[in-house]
Write a protein that binds this ligand. Structure first.
Ligand code: NAP
Length: 259
């Protein structure tokens, strides 16, 4: 018996099989969930190929979280696959974008507003957009989980994505406040550095990886998305019925060390 038996889960933000979202979709299926995945634009073709590598091929929905039409049409897309009385027990937000040329890798003092606005919209505001788009399908016991990189401190190279993540972390707490009365939980998993497409685009990402190698008391494998995926699935499950507005660290213990 799996911890997600009989549950329906949407994982938004799967491009390659290195995506954290892919590992979440895989573990969720292994735990008994029916999973839908989404991506947008040209990478959609890649996602459709990658979906076949899951234990059970998952339907791929088209969702650009900045496109109001995609957001408005999301419940209909879900119903196409899960039927007219479809519900979502879980929604995973595994989405971020910040222009690596202008916002990351030591460009903090020069980051232009248009690019910052895009990063905040895609990486923070979209937790609200995605959750509200799914709201007609959510109900008592549903769980929303997003991914952050600890935004309580400033990091080398992370720059404006750190600011966007701070927005995401705050956004999840306000969503938890406003959706708690409907029985909907909203939590984040704060992962250590993992070698995904998004991470490799960050100039100087190796600096973060080196820090984790020397400081995480449990050690840290930057090519293993599964510990993060397991934590996301635990938060999606009924194992955390009274937890919301929380940030769960999956970082080998790095966040708890002073040096
Ligand atoms: P990833 O595989 O590149 O996943 C990011 C996803 O966001 C991609 O599928 C990307 O699609 C999608 N996306 C970007 N803009 C979008 C938009 N407008 N609408 C819908 N989807 C959009 O990288 P990842 O590392 O797994 O990232 C997943 C989440 O984990 C992100 O929130 C990231 O910040 C977070 N996280 C990552 C790490 C790490 O070290 N990797 C650590 C902590 C937290 P395209 O590929 O088509 O652009």
């Amino acid at each position: 018996m799996g911890i997600l038996d009989g549950k329906f889960v949407l994982v938004a933000g799967v491009t390659l099989d290195t995506s954290i979202g892919f590992a979440v979709a895989k573990f969720a299926q292994e735990q008994g969930a029916t999973v839908l995945i989404s991506n947008f634009g040209q990478a959609l073709r890649i996602t459709r190929r990658i979906a076949k590598r899951l234990p059970a091929e998952a339907p791929v929905l088209e969702l650009d979280v900045t496109d109001p039409e995609h957001l408005a049409g999301l419940p209909a897309q879900v119903r196409e696959h899960l039927g007219e009385d479809a519900r979502l027990d879980g929604v995973v937000h595994s989405i971020a974008y910040g222009n690596p040329e202008t916002l990351l890798g030591g460009k903090f003092l020069d980051g232009p507003w248009d690019d910052v606005a895009q990063a905040v919209q895609v990486s923070a505001y979209s937790l609200k957009s995605l959750t509200m788009a799914c709201r007609p399908l959510l109900g008592d016991g549903s769980s929303v989980v997003g991914l952050t990189f600890d935004a309580s401190v400033a990091w080398p190279v992370y720059d404006w994505m750190g600011v966007a993540k701070a927005g995401l972390e705050s956004c999840s707490r306000y969503l938890a406040r406003d959706l708690g009365p409907e029985g909907i939980r909203v939590n984040l998993v704060s992962a250590g550095p993992l070698r995904t497409l998004a991470a490799k685009a960050i100039p100087g990402f190796e600096d973060l990886e080196t820090m984790w190698k020397t400081r995480a008391p449990l050690g840290w494998d930057n090519a293993d998305q599964e510990p993060t995926a397991r934590a996301v699935c635990a938060l999606l499950s009924d194992l955390f019925p009274a937890t919301t507005g929380e940030i769960l660290h999956v970082d080998g213990g790095f966040h708890a060390m002073g040096a």
